[in-house]
Every structure is written in C-alpha cells, then in structure tokens.
Write a protein that binds this ligand. Sequence first.
Ligand SMILES: [Zn+2]
Length: 276
Amino acid sequence: MLKRALAVIAAFALLTQAACTPTEVSLADPAPLDTDVLTDTQMTPESLAVEQGDESETSLGEEESAEAEAEEEEEEKAEEPSEGEETSRSPVELNIITDFRSNFVHGDKDAAHQKYIMLHDTEGWSSPANTIDWWDSNGNLVAAHFIVGTDGAVYQCVPLDKIAHHAGYGDTGHNAYYGISEDGRDDMKGTVWVGSWASDYGMNAWSIGIEMVHVGGSGDYPQAQLDALDALIAYIDGYYGFQSTIIDHKAWRSGNSDTSPEFAGYLWNYQNYRHH
Ligand SMILES: [Zn+2]
C-alpha cells in the first residue's frame, strides 16, 4: 500500500508542481510485469469485470476522506474568471490526492509537448483509489494522470511532467490529424499493436489523461464529479499557462466506448467553455 499524500490546491492559483514530484512519494515495490500479456487498451472487458468485482473492497477510510474533501470543496467556493459564457459559476476548490506509481511513467513530458486533455470513462464503479491499485496490479502499465470519482474526489497517479499510457493507438492518420508525432519520448513499454487500422501512437506523449468513474449507459454524471472536473481542467490550464484542446478517447481511436453518449453535451461545453 502506498503512502498517500493529500495536496490541497486552489484551482486557479498558479502552483509549482513541487508537491507532485515522484521523489516526494514513497513507492511500494513495483508489481512484476508480464510482458506477454501487456496491452495498451485502457478498458478491456477483463478489466471491467475485475473492477466491478473490486467494488466491495473500497475502504471506509478512503470514502470518509473523499467525503471530507467534497465538503471542503462545497465550503470554499471562489469566483471563476469568465470564459465568455453568460452563466455565472462558482467552481469548487480542487483537492488532489496524489498516489504516484512508477509503473505508470513512460517518459518525460513538458509544456512544449502538451496539446490535449483526453477524457475517459473507467467503465466500472471502482473508486479512484481502487482503480489505481488495479491498474498497478494488472501488469498493463496503463493509467491516466487523474481519476475523478463520482463523489468528486480527484486522484493523481502520474505527474504532469511524465507520459502516461492512457490513449494507446489511434486511428491511422490521427497523428497528422491532431498535429502530433511519435518522437521517441514514449518508451512504449507494454504497448501491443492493435492493427493497421489504428497504427498511430503519438497521443500519450502529447496529452494529459483524465478518467471519470462512470459506466456508459448508466445515466447522468453526478454534479460533484462534474464540478471536480471543472476545477481539474482549470488547474491543468493554469499549470501550463494555456488551454489544451479537450477531446475524448473515442475521438482518438474509433470504437472506444469512452466517453459515454451521456457525456456528449458536457464534452461540447468543456470544449467551448472549459466547464460542464
Ligand atoms: Zn479511455
């Protein structure tokens, strides 16, 4: 079990990433890797089954912690600068729980190599903490930088200056379409070829990945989760000093389930207004 550090971070303060350096996080012994079964597909049916079965293992401590954070978020609302939409908004304070895992780091990444924020659904109901444990134990070396729980808890398991494997292969031609290249910064460990129809592999090295705990077809996303995602997008924008283009996983690779159809309206809002 990793020591978890709670970083309380104001959504719009331009903070250094000092609290998010791997050296400040104690890392447990990495899980043994089975390179024969590695895949870069984020959510396979196998992972879905395990995640759902995992649900009962959520610890009360983590839930209580998440609830406390959600309450703090409710209490400490601040004024958000207008992005051109008429609706006045009161974003929540962002509390990021860091739980960095060395297995998820696939290379260095800086602001010069940041273009996209990719949104995903986990397609399971495991808590963010349990999802990170699952990702770390399955040997796939696949993870997103952040996971946003249904209660608004935000976990980060990969630093912003590191490449995570959350996008995998994209449709052939998508490197050019998205203006990115495969430049060798991504170590591609665990990557498995998925076919000539999806041969492009640049997105991981040019993006930040966010997973939302959600199952497609299950209904709307909770308000607390959307509020937290608003704050997280603002935080990432502030970290880089510019607005990354927001896309979802299925835009990169046809056939991916995420994000779900019920997110479509929110996705449009995020792409146009930076919040849901
Ligand atoms: Zn995905």
